[in-house]
Design a protein around this ligand. Structure first.
Ligand SMILES: Cc1cc2nc3c(=O)[nH]c(=O)nc-3n(C[C@H](O)[C@H](O)[C@H](O)COP(=O)(O)OP(=O)(O)OC[C@H]3O[C@@H](n4cnc5c(N)ncnc54)[C@H](O)[C@@H]3O)c2cc1C
Length: 238
């Protein structure tokens, strides 16, 4: 999502870079990007490229970049009381070939395989941030709590989680890259509430070893369901 308040200006993001046509607002524009997953990093690479006509920063609530691809053993809430963002499980491999997942201007280095473990995707994203010098723009452990229009600008409030200090800054535009896969969807299954065994959504699933010797019912034959089934087959009883 791209929010801007300057009607006379247009910004165009292309695979070659970010071109900006200025009307009356002929100045370096300040952009806030929310989220350091694949989308936010790509926005930062183009908006903060030398000569783009933009400056600004990227706010990320986690302690590192990567978004969904940043694996954590923790489920539920993190140490700051925020919902854990990533739904990634430990042995996840991509369900798409890397050739369809790469940025057009940055190849995987020394990687012949097409389907990759999630840790390799994370490394690719870190390499991308290194290569395009994005780290100076990324504010880790900054949770954006509020975005509000103020005249032709946007006020962005971000809580620095390690200090509990709230920072409020003004920007000309805000790019929201906070992720598409956050809220788990639970099926309405009759009798589910009476089942006394452990129940969990795939968002809370991390390692197959937790199900060793158990009888497991998986509901949902989408990519996650099939993949988790393969992970459980060697360890589960049934
Ligand atoms: C289990 C699973 C498997 C997948 N497998 C594949 C695959 O094989 N291939 C593929 O192409 N895609 C896959 N995807 C899709 C995946 O969502 C995308 O690859 C990609 O991660 C989406 O990038 P994004 O930047 O939009 O969001 P995300 O990666 O979700 O990143 C969003 C970032 O925004 C941050 N954020 C959110 N709110 C705030 C806030 N208020 N303040 C500060 N920061 C905030 C989050 O902490 C996070 O770092 C998979 C997704 C899931 C869930």
């Amino acid at each position: 999502m791209y929010l801007t308040n300057c009607e006379e200006d247009t910004a165009k993001l292309t695979s070659e870079g970010c071109s900006f046509t200025s009307g009356s607002c002929n100045k370096i524009r300040k952009v806030a990007i929310i989220g350091a997953g694949p989308a936010g990093l790509c926005a930062a690479r183009h908006f903060f490229a030398p000569g783009s006509g933009f400056t600004g920063c990227l706010y990320e609530q986690a302690g590192d970049l990567g978004g969904t691809w940043l694996y954590s053993d923790v489920t539920g809430k993190d140490r700051f009381g925020l919902p854990v963002h990533s739904t990634l499980y430990y042995d996840l491999w991509t369900n798409l070939p890397k050739e369809t997942m790469t940025y057009p201007d940055f190849e995987y280095q020394d990687e012949e395989r097409s389907y990759l473990p999630s840790s390799r995707v994370l490394q690719y994203l870190v390499d991308y941030a290194d290569y395009f010098n994005l780290h100076n723009y990324i504010k880790l452990h900054h949770h954006v709590t509020r975005v509000a229009p103020v005249g032709n600008s946007w006020s962005v409030s971000a809580m620095e989680l390690t200090t509990k200090v709230e920072h409020v800054s003004m920007f000309d535009a805000v790019i929201v890259c906070s992720g598409p896969n956050i809220i788990p969807v639970y099926p309405q299954v009759e009798g589910l509430a009476r089942f006394s065994g452990r129940q969990l959504h795939s968002k809370e699933y991390r390692k197959a070893s937790a199900f060793e010797g158990k009888r497991v019912l998986l509901i949902g034959l989408g990519p996650s369901g099939i993949d988790i089934c393969f992970c459980l087959m060697p360890v589960a009883k049934q």
